[in-house]
Design a protein around this ligand. Structure first.
Ligand code: ATP
Ligand code: MG
Length: 631
């Protein structure tokens, strides 16, 4: 099929387009109205339709492929591996749903899931979907105060958790964090359900805490029918990564999400029922929701849930999983691939990767060096895709399942079906022409699968994301980009990160991309720092690949000059950073995104802001140190 026609149909006749797509999933009752956009910017999809995410992910496939693998839970932390067929998954989900019902959870109630990457976390999500409860998954191991604020936001009747997660072979106890969070919170949950992995001691609070294994055993033969949900009832709450500030609570529906996932599995991920999908993310993030748990299962694929790092027990671990389970489609993030690039290549070359058809990457700009390296190693297409927690599925990519359009280095691709993507000039408010930089916006209504609202705060949804532009409502992604004459987009950074050097506006991404083309650069962050003369100057922080080449001040100065030379040649002197600092680590969110705003704040002597989602606070101290020492 011709993608241009396919896309046009989705934009010109969206109701027909999405009605056709709705046939990809099972409905208990069809909708009476495909789209209700009578209260913009709020869009309701498949109004009156009745469906259920768990039915589509699990029950539906029991009928035709009940004995085939559905969920493969692998932990290199505890050295356990277990594959659940669709029938087994259904039984586990029904047990978990029965336990939730017994603990008083009803339709529309919130359940907060604070779990490591173990099968029970997926059971709990699917059990919520089955009984119409709204889950709010919080990344396991988040600090007590972040967890407390999410408890107060969602007001859950139940929290599902575990004794501990594990990282690099070390248990990370959760229970005391959870107890502390509940202590701090106002909306205290009535019940806490705990999976005991035997990794850390747990003190159960009488009357509140319950042991999952015992309750599961008591409901071993439970049958819990699915609750048919009106398409627009909420399915879950999920917070954004907190890269640019305080995370926002995204609320998603049931029917639109199911249809969007079914379509994206077909057109973006070329899914085939019975094959295996491997997304290396975490259930705490949107990729985990859409492409570890719901998407692959809705498409009848087996999905891999992996607890562990990409380099433990050795950097070949992911590829051994690909070989063993004949993974056909894999989904990861550039930051993880950069970690692998620093490892000896023989680890990935040991395995038979012939099952693999494509690697999808999202979450951050994919630099050309990383893209070319991994493409060379794997010999399969590398498909960048750009989207957000808010949208739930790709905004920009290449839908290879529609037409085998070529990818372009440095570009996540073209506008995906359903998204009226616009680039808007911030000062004039006009649409940008080809090769003109602007803010990436989407004209309302947002397609199925996107956020319904900010949980509990419609006004915040309207105020945060939307601008009226004549008759139109425009949703801002808060990313800055440019489109070439063929409709390929290039993301140049966050709107917050745009650097203004003597009147020239530059995306951090442009400078980072250029710096990362130097052979000894492993990772780089560029921020704009206030400057009396120029308004702002770019400052770069670099992690080198080979640290033995920067021993001593002279070697550092030489590498700095080389890097500046690269920028000069590729972008011109205006983009040249005023300094390049070498650091062992860069501050990132737990989802692996660069915290440029905190680096910038430190460079300007300000408070680094909301750090609840930072992975390792020591990375900021290291930046402070190099700034003070001046090397
Ligand atoms: P917050 O909204 O709380 O500041 P966040 O924007 O990092 O955090 P996410 O929803 O996890 O939260 O990330 C979405 C953002 O990640 C996008 O808006 C974009 O900036 C970036 N991003 C995602 N995929 C890509 C990609 N393929 N290329 C470039 N940037 C990407
Ligand atoms: Mg965001």
């Amino acid at each position: 099929m011709n993608y241009a026609d396919f896309y046009q149909r989705s934009i010109v006749t969206p109701e027909q387009f999405w009605q056709d797509e709705a046939a990809l999933i099972d409905w208990n009752a069809p909708c009476t109205q495909v789209l209700d956009y009578s209260h913009p910017p709020f869009a309701k999809w498949f109004v009156g339709g009745q469906t259920n995410l768990c039915h589509n992910a699990v029950d539906r496939w029991c009928a035709t492929q009940g004995d085939q693998p559905a969920l493969i839970a692998i932990s290199t932390e505890t050295n356990t591996e277990r594959s659940y067929s669709f029938n087994e998954l259904q039984a586990e989900v029904e047990r978990c749903a029965a336990v939730m019902l017994a603990l008083g959870v009803g339709r529309g109630d919130r359940v907060l899931i604070y779990m490591p990457m173990i099968a029970e976390a997926a059971f709990a999500m699917l059990a919520c979907a089955r009984i119409g409860a709204v889950h709010s998954v919080v990344f396991g191991g988040f600090a007590a105060n972040s967890l407390a604020s999410r408890i107060d936001d969602a007001k859950p009747v139940l929290v599902v958790s575990a004794d501990a997660g594990s990282r690099n072979g070390k248990a990370i106890p959760y229970k005391h964090l959870l107890d502390e969070a509940i202590e701090l919170s106002v909306a205290k949950p009535a019940k806490v359900l705990l999976v005991d992995r035997g990794l850390a001691p747990m003190n159960l609070v009488a009357g509140r805490d319950e042991d999952y294994a015992s309750l599961r055993a008591a409901h071993i033969d439970a049958r819990v029918p699915v609750t048919w949900m009106e398409s627009n009832e909420p399915s879950y709450i999920l917070y954004t990564s907190g890269t640019t500030g305080k995370p926002k609570g995204v609320q998603r529906d049931v029917g639109g999400y199911a249809v969007a996932l079914a379509s994206s599995m077909k057109y973006n991920f070329c899914s085939k029922a019975g094959e295996t999908f491997f997304a290396t993310s975490d259930i705490g993030w949107v990729v985990g929701h859409s492409y570890i748990v719901y998407g692959p299962l809705i498409a009848g694929m087996a999905t891999i849930m992996y607890e562990g790092t990409p380099i433990c027990p050795d950097p070949g671990i992911w590829w051994s999983i690909v070989e063993k389970y004949k993974v056909t489609r894999m989904f990861s993030a550039p930051t993880a691939i950069r970690v692998l690039r620093k490892q000896p290549p023989e680890f990935m070359r040991k395995y038979d990767l012939s099952s693999l058809r494509a690697l999808y990457l999202a979450g951050e700009p994919l630099d050309e060096t990383t893209s070319q390296w991994i493409s060379g190693e794997l010999g399969v297409p590398i498909i960048d895709n750009y989207w957000q927690t808010e949208t739930g599925w790709p905004i920009l990519s290449i839908a290879k399942g529609v037409e085998d359009l070529p990818t372009r280095l440095g570009s996540p691709g073209v506008a995906m079906y359903g998204y009226k993507v616009k680039l808007v000039n911030e000062s004039t408010g006009e649409e940008c022409g080809a090769n003109e930089k602007g803010v990436v916006m989407i004209e309302g209504p947002l397609p199925p699968g996107c956020m319904q609202t900010v949980y509990g705060d419609d006004q915040r949804f309207v105020d945060t994301y939307w601008t009226a532009c004549g008759e139109q409502q425009l949703y801002s992604t808060f990313d800055w980009g440019v489109r070439d004459a063929d409709g390929y987009y290039f993301i140049l950074g966050r709107t917050d990160d745009v650097i203004n050097v003597a009147g020239h506006r530059l995306g951090t991404r442009e400078i980072e991309e250029s710096i990362s083309s130097h052979a000894n650069v492993s990772e780089v962050a560029v921020v704009g720092v206030e400057d009396k003369l120029k308004g702002q100057v770019a400052v770069a922080f670099v992690i080198v690949k080979d640290a033995s080449r920067i021993v001593g001040d002279e070697a550092c100065a030489l590498l700095e000059r080389e890097i500046l030379g690269v920028v000069d040649r590729q972008l011109g002197a205006v983009a040249r950073p005023s300094r390049v600092y070498f650091v062992p680590q860069l501050p990132k969110t737990r989802s692996g995104k660069l915290l440029r705003r905190s680096i910038q704040a430190i460079c300007e002597g300000r408070n680094p802001g909301d750090l609840t989602s930072i992975e390792d606070p020591a990375s900021l101290q290291q930046i402070q140190r190099v700034l003070q020492e001046g090397v």
